[in-house]
Design a protein around this ligand. Structure first.
Ligand SMILES: *Cc1c(COP(=O)(O)O)cnc(C)c1O
Length: 413
């Protein structure tokens, strides 16, 4: 039995009753909600209603399942990591989202939301992207299901991720360059929100993580929960027991909440999210919201935010673009308050070491984001009994990161 960090037993009982959060107003405890311009309120209500309907709609769920199986390649395998297990003296299993079509978990949500947009009668899809993974997943889903796709991307990110920009174009999407602010992810989200306000009649905005105004954090969580539902069945089949520990990296928090959620009622399963510790603990050098942030409202939702004394968003840094964001999904903030999930950070150098370890011991090059979960393992295994069972979520594959790792290590390609 694990001990609670910062929560109480009554809080855990509350989780049992309310694990189907958010409440009717889109709030997870004091977090979440919908902080948007007035013009977006009716469309968010429309999406909430439609989403509640498709959640119970057999035909919709069947179509989603069919695409996940025949197009994405689900269920993704749960692979036993033989040599890592030997090294750490614990049974380590890998949930292989890296094997999905387009190389990460993002496609689960993109497909779910494009299907929903079709139900809503929308013809045009917009999305934001940082490293390009969500942009590629959305462009892919739009190509498959025949919708027009426009992806907002910061100029700086476009420069760093040229192959993904071209990939989106090959898939028939338009990639729109954003020069405002620091020309990165948050600026792309601002521009996408601006587009949405103007074109809300025919346009659906697909947010790429468990972030943004209600109902997005809930909707994205549900679409990503397929990860945890599969993992739960797979580990019971292979080990006959639930895991002692589940580890996942946390950017906005969608892969983590996706694998955590189906285990929330299993109180003996420890859930640990790993944030980007970057170069160090100074504000601006990392993206560990729970270590340097505080309560704030950013891009439509209330959560832990990295901000200065005046409440202005501060710069963030991580070697992995997908974890480099100033806020975290509201459900994570709530699970942390309740003591049901724990969060820690892993620095750039530890993540790079984690990537090397899995590459050399298992023949899998994980995404730099996923590498943070492996970078945290040496510390985490200490708290798991010898022979205990651990699942690590491999949120994506590292092909996109090979050049970045070489650059980090001063290797000329
Ligand atoms: C986008 C991304 C992440 C971070 O996003 P979450 O919403 O926190 O999951 C993590 N891993 C990979 C491979 C990604 O592409």
């Amino acid at each position: 039995m694990w001990t609670l960090s910062g929560g109480s037993y009554s809080a855990v009982l509350m989780v049992e009753k309310q694990y189907n959060m958010p409440d009717a107003r889109g709030r997870f405890g004091p977090y979440g909600g919908a902080y948007v311009p007035e013009t977006l309120v009716p469309v968010l209500d429309e999406i909430t209603k439609a989403y509640k309907a498709v959640r119970r709609d057999k035909a919709f769920q069947q179509e989603f399942k069919h695409l996940l199986e025949t197009y994405v390649g689900r269920p993704s395998p749960l692979t036993f990591a033989t040599r890592l297990s030997e090294q750490f003296g614990r049974k380590i299993w890998l949930k292989r989202e890296d094997l999905n079509h387009t190389g990460a978990h993002k496609i689960n949500n993109a497909l779910g939301q494009v299907l929903l947009a079709k139900r809503l009668g929308k013809k045009r899809i917009i999305a934001e992207t940082g490293a390009g993974q969500h942009g590629v997943a959305t462009a892919t889903a739009c190509a498959l299901l025949g919708l027009e796709c426009h992806v907002y991307m910061g100029a700086e990110d476009m420069r760093r991720q040229q192959p993904n920009v071209y990939r989106m174009r090959l898939l028939g999407a338009e990639c729109i360059r954003v020069d405002a602010g620091t020309a990165t992810l948050k600026d792309a989200i601002n521009e996408a929100l601006r587009d949405w306000v103007t074109n809300v009649e025919d346009t659906h905005y697909i947010i790429g993580s468990a972030l943004g105004p209600h109902p997005y954090p809930m909707m994205v969580r549900d679409f990503q929960s397929v990860i945890g539902k599969e993992a739960r069945k797979q580990i019971l089949k292979s080990e006959g027991v639930l895991p002692d520990l589940i580890v996942a990296c946390v950017g906005g928090g969608s892969n983590a909440i996706g694998i955590f959620h189906p285990f929330i009622k299993d109180k003996d399963v420890r859930l640990v999210g790993v944030e980007a510790g970057g170069r160090g603990s100074d504000l601006g050098d990392h993206a560990a919201r729970f270590e340097g942030g505080r309560l704030g409202v950013f891009q439509g939702t209330s959560s832990w935010v990295l901000q200065n004394e005046d409440g202005q968003i501060t710069g963030t840094h991580s070697v992995s673009a997908g974890l480099d964001y100033a806020s975290i999904g509201p459900e994570h903030a709530w699970l942390r308050d309740l003591g049901r999930a724990e969060y820690m950070s892993c620095r750039d150098d530890q993540a790079i070491a984690g990537l090397h370890l899995v590459a050399e011991k298992e023949g899998i090059i994980p995404a730099l984001e996923s590498a943070h979960a492996f970078g945290a393992l040496p510390e985490l295994v200490e708290s798991v009994p010898e022979g205990g069972v651990i699942i690590v979520n491999v949120s994506g594959r590292g092909d996109k990161d090979v050049a970045e790792v070489a650059r980090y290590e001063g290797v000329q390609l």
